[in-house]
Design a protein around this ligand. Structure first.
Ligand code: NAP
Ligand code: MG
Length: 448
């Protein structure tokens, strides 16, 4: 008689949760030849979690293995410098896929509330529509939690960046995700995107892009009473309070805006400086922007370039002072816009209200903290922001009053587990981490 121990879970024989066993009887002589553990709800749960996580871990590993190819592809179709493509465009998706491999294993998909058991179940079929500015990240930030939740997904990527989306589909295939779980349809927004949002077989529409299109997607979803998540534009404020390290706050702020050629929805495109430090800050910002010179890539296409140039012209026409960059570029090919700083921007100007989506920083002057708060909160957007102060408490107190989804305190680092999403017209719902996972779950309560 052999007493076997353990369950084969996550690549190893693990002790069973309970003491009970199953006897294995030889029917020829009725002898008990062995026992195996009798699995409980906990054993099944651990095994299912491992099975879920494994798919995502495999996907993470393929993304890691193909990092260089991903970086080169993003550089080729988006135009970002190779180093940025390697660290951010290829690197962040590995971290996000990995975070969901862990969350799939650790998340409590069942909880007890009084006399009820509350089950978290997959929403169903997800229709995902993504933009071009962080083309792989935006696909992974929807696909990984969808898979962790047990959903299936159809992705329509941006027309400008379909190649990295195709590469991702290959990675999904290579990772052994079952047929039909992930699907990719390249196509144009008003045709393929709209068809996906309108499809009655889609249970949740998850969209990232402009507020204008997001509003339409939201209306379509509301008409069909289906769930919708909208990750939209921003016009975030970088608030530099008088006690802050001014040079650091300005330099980090400029880098934040110029990165990815300004094509970042959460960029701090409005820098708010106290009037006593204003001239010094403008000088520092102009210097920092000039230093970028050629190190930023082009914009994604001619339309975006023209749009951004139009905003620079409009800013100057409305009274802003050009202190760096402008319409000239040393390039004779490519959709380049020089790193640009507009000073003397006032809150009512178009460039202070609308999303420019290019390497253009607006520097605004405030009188006191209340004025800074009014200016910071004075747009329809509320996606991100930053606060710099002499001490952390003062920065946090100010951040609490900001109408925005995330705030970096004195240069806080990006956290791929922290919820990402907007207040006001910057969106509905949250991505990343456990908050991102719950977007893909719906609850069922069982009463006992
Ligand atoms: P967009 O038009 O909102 O595109 C985002 C996604 O939606 C793309 O896949 C797009 O397809 C699709 N789409 C477009 N029209 C659609 C429709 N009627 N129904 C369903 N899907 C539709 O954004 P964009 O044209 O790429 O950029 C325009 C502006 O949006 C930028 O200047 C910037 O201000 C903002 N933007 C914001 C973000 C962000 O992360 N918040 C990202 C990108 C852009 P196509 O690619 O075929 O158009
Ligand atoms: Mg478009």
């Amino acid at each position: 008689m052999k007493a076997y121990d353990g369950m084969y879970i996550d690549g190893a024989w693990r002790p069973a949760a309970g003491p009970d066993v199953i006897e294995v009887v030889n029917p020829a002589d009725e002898q008990v030849i062995a026992t195996v553990p009798a699995g409980t709800v906990e054993d099944v749960d651990a095994a299912v979690r491992a099975a879920r996580a494994a798919r995502l871990a495999a996907l993470r590993d393929v993304l890691q293995a193909r990092r260089e190819e991903i970086a080169e592809t993003v550089t080729a179709e988006l135009g970002s410098p190779l180093k940025l493509s390697q660290t951010v465009h290829a690197g962040v998706p590995v971290a996000v896929a990995g975070s969901y491999a862990e969350l799939a294993a650790a998340h409590a998909f069942e909880e007890r509330i009084g006399n009820s058991t509350v089950l978290s179940e997959p929403v169903g079929v997800v229709g995902a529509i993504t933009p071009w500015n962080y083309p792989l990240h935006q696909i992974v930030a929807k696909t990984a939690p969808a898979l962790a939740a047990g959903c299936t997904i159809v992705v329509k990527p941006a027309e400008d960046t379909p190649l990295v989306a195709r590469l991702f589909a290959e990675a999904v295939h290579e990772a052994g995700i079952p047929a039909g779980v992930f699907n990719l349809v390249t196509g144009l927004g008003p045709v393929a995107g709209q068809a996906l949002a309108e499809h009655p077989g889609v249970d949740l529409v998850s969209f990232t892009g402009s507020t204008a299109v997001g509003r339409r997607i939201g209306a379509i979803a509301a008409g069909a009473v289906k769930k919708v998540a909208l990750e939209l534009g921003g016009k975030s404020a970088n608030v530099i309070l008088p006690g802050a390290d001014l040079a650091r706050a300005v330099n980090v702020g400029v880098a934040n805006v110029m990165s990815n050629s300004g094509q970042t929805c959460s960029a701090w495109t409005r820098m708010l400086v106290h009037r006593d430090q204003y001239d010094e800050a403008v000088g520092l910002a102009a210097g920092a922007a000039a230093k970028y010179g050629d190190r930023i890539g082009p914009l994604v296409n001619a339309g975006q370039r023209d749009r951004v140039r139009g905003y620079i012209e409009k800013g100057v026409a409305e009274g802003a002072r050009l202190v760096a960059g402008g319409l000239d570029t040393p390039h004779d090919r490519g959709y380049h816009v020089s790193p640009t700083v507009l000073a003397d921007v006032t809150p009512d100007m178009t460039v202070a209200q609308e999303e420019i989506f290019g390497p253009v920083l607006c520097v605004l002057r405030y009188e006191d903290e209340e004025d800074a708060l009014r200016i910071a909160n004075g747009t329809v957007y509320g996606l991100a922001g930053a606060v710099w102060a002499g001490d952390e408490e003062q920065a946090v107190a100010f951040a609490r009053r900001l109408e925005t989804g995330q705030v970096d305190i004195n240069g806080g680092r990006f956290n791929p587990l922290a919820p990402f999403g907007g207040y006001k017209q910057s969106g509905v719902g949250r991505e990343l981490g456990v908050h991102g996972l719950t977007e893909y779950l719906q609850t069922k309560s069982l009463q006992f």
